[in-house]
Design a protein around this ligand. Structure first.
Ligand code: NAP
Length: 366
C-alpha cells in the first residue's frame, strides 16, 4: 500500500466489536502511527458501544463490512469477529487491499486457511495472527535466553492451556458448538500449540517447522449440561460443549525436537498455562531457569510476566500492535504472519485427522 506514512496516521478498522476488540482498539489508539477511524460489527449499536467504551471520538460506525472497507481512510483491518466468520472477513479485507490483524484461530478448516493464504498473497498485504503470547514479556525473555544458547540445543517443549472455558466468556455460545468452533484446540488450545512451535525453534523470532503429529482427544464434559462456573465457584445447567474438552498432541519438528501441547477445558482449577523447555545445557519451567554451566546448581527466576490469566486485559496486545505497525511501515513480514500461523493451525487439524484414523499425520497439510 503506497501511503505517505509521515503525512498522516494509518487508519484502523476494528471489525467485530466484542471482548478482544477493546484491546486492539486501545493498542492501535496508543500507537503513534495509527488511529482507529472506524468500527464495524454485526449490530450498529455494538460498534457504537465500542466507540464509546474506548473513547474513539470521530470513528465511523458500520454494521456492514463491505461499507466499512470502502472507507478510504482504512489501511489496517483488525478481524475480531467469532472464528467462523474470520475467513470471509479476511477475504473481503484482502480484496480491498487492507493489511490485516487476524484473531485466532485464523480459520475453521484447511480449505479456509488455503483460501486466506492465497488471497493475502495475491493482494500483497501484511498480516499478523493474534498469537499474542509471542509478545508476553516472559516469553520474550525465554526466547532471548534460547537465542543466546543459555539452554543449549532444545530437544523437548511442553505447553498446556488449562481453563474451564464456559459461559463466563461472551463468545461461548458460538465457541461451545462444533459447527462454529471446531474443537477446544481451535478455540483456545492453539495458544499452547503455538507456544510449543515458538520455543522449539532456536531463533529469537522464529517458530519451528512441524513434520508429524499424533493426538488423543478425551475428557468427560462433552454433551453434559451440568457445568462448573469458575467465576462463581458454582455448578449449574447450561447448553453443553459439543466437542471433547481435552486434547493432547505430540508433534515432531524438522529439527528433531519433540513437543507436547494440550488443551484442557475440563480442569476444575484457576486458569494456568504450564510451560517446560528442555535443552542439553538447561531447563526452563515457567519462570524458572536451571542452567548449571552459567547459573550454578540452583533454579533462578526469569524476569517477566507469567501467562497466568485468560483475561484479555492481561495480554500484550500493545506489543503485538506495535510490532505489526512496524511491519507495515518497514514493509517486512511478521514472524507471526498468516503463512507462519498456518503451521500452528495445521497441527490442530492434523489432530482432528488422528482422531478419525488413529494414525500419525505427516505435515505439511497445505
Ligand atoms: N488472542 C487472544 O488471546 C484472544 C482472546 C480473546 C478472544 N480471542 C478471539 O477473538 C475472537 C473474538 O472473541 P471475543 O472474545 O472478542 O468474542 P465476543 O466478545 O463474542 O466478540 C465478538 C463480537 O463480534 C460481533 N459479531 C458476531 N458475529 C458477527 C458477524 N457475523 N459479523 C460481524 N460481527 C459479528 C459481535 O458483536 P455485536 O453482535 O455486538 O455486533 C460480538 O460482540 C475469537 O476468534 C476469539 O477466539 C482471542
Amino acid at each position: 500500500m503506497s501511503k505517505d506514512k509521515d503525512s498522516r496516521k494509518f487508519g484502523v478498522l476494528i471489525h467485530g466489536a466484542g471482548w478482544v476488540a477493546g484491546q486492539h482498539a486501545g493498542a492501535f489508539s496508543n500507537n503513534p502511527h495509527t488511529e482507529v477511524v472506524a468500527v464495524s460489527s454485526r449490530r450498529l449499536q455494538g460498534a457504537q458501544d465500542l466507540v464509546d467504551r474506548c473513547g474513539l471520538a470521530g470513528a465511523a460506525v458500520y454494521d456492514d463490512l463491505a461499507e466499512a472497507l470502502a472507507n478510504d481512510s482504512v489501511d489496517i483491518v483488525c478481524v475480531c469477529t467469532p472464528q467462523h466468520v474470520h475467513c470471509e472477513n479476511v477475504l473481503a479485507a484482502a480484496a480491498a487491499g487492507k493489511h490485516i490483524v487476524i484473531e485466532k484461530p485464523a480459520g475453521n478448516s484447511l480449505a479456509e486457511l488455503r483460501a486466506m493464504r492465497d488471497a493475502v498473497a495475491a493482494a500483497g498485504v501484511k498480516t499478523v495472527v493474534s498469537f499474542v503470547l509471542r509478545w508476553n514479556p516472559l516469553f520474550m525473555e525465554i526466547k532471548r535466553l534460547i537465542a543466546q544458547d543459555a539452554l543449549g540445543e532444545i530437544f523437548c517443549v511442553e505447553a498446556d492451556y488449562q481453563s474451564y472455558n464456559s459461559a463466563w466468556w461472551g463468545g461461548w455460545e458460538d465457541g461451545r458448538k462444533a459447527s462454529t468452533a471446531v474443537s477446544a484446540l481451535a478455540v483456545a488450545g492453539c495458544h499452547a500449540v503455538d507456544a510449543m512451535r515458538w520455543f522449539a525453534a532456536p531463533g529469537e523470532h522464529q517458530a519451528a517447522e512441524p513434520v508429524e503429529v499424533f493426538a488423543y482427544a478425551g475428557g468427560k464434559r462433552k454433551g453434559k449440561a451440568r457445568q462448573y462456573d469458575p467465576t462463581q465457584n458454582d455448578w449449574h445447567d447450561q447448553p453443553p460443549m459439543e466437542y471433547d474438552g481435552l486434547e493432547m498432541v505430540l508433534t515432531k519438528f524438522a529439527s528433531g525436537v519433540i513437543g507436547k501441547a494440550s488443551v484442557n477445558f475440563e480442569c476444575i482449577q484457576p486458569y494456568s498455562f504450564p510451560l517446560s523447555i528442555f535443552g542439553d545445557k538447561g531447563t526452563v519451567k515457567q519462570n524458572r531457569l536451571f542452567a548449571p554451566q552459567t547459573g550454578g546448581g540452583e533454579w533462578t527466576e526469569i524476569p517477566g510476566i507469567c501467562p497466568d490469566s485468560s483475561d484479555v486485559t492481561h495480554h500484550p496486545f500493545q506489543a503485538q500492535a506495535d510490532h505489526f505497525v512496524d511491519c507495515v511501515i518497514s514493509d517486512k513480514e511478521s514472524h507471526c504472519n498468516l503463512a507462519d500461523a498456518i503451521k500452528t493451525h495445521e497441527i490442530l487439524f492434523a489432530a482432528q485427522r488422528c482422531y478419525e484414523t488413529g494414525a500419525p499425520v505427516k505435515l505439511p497439510l497445505l
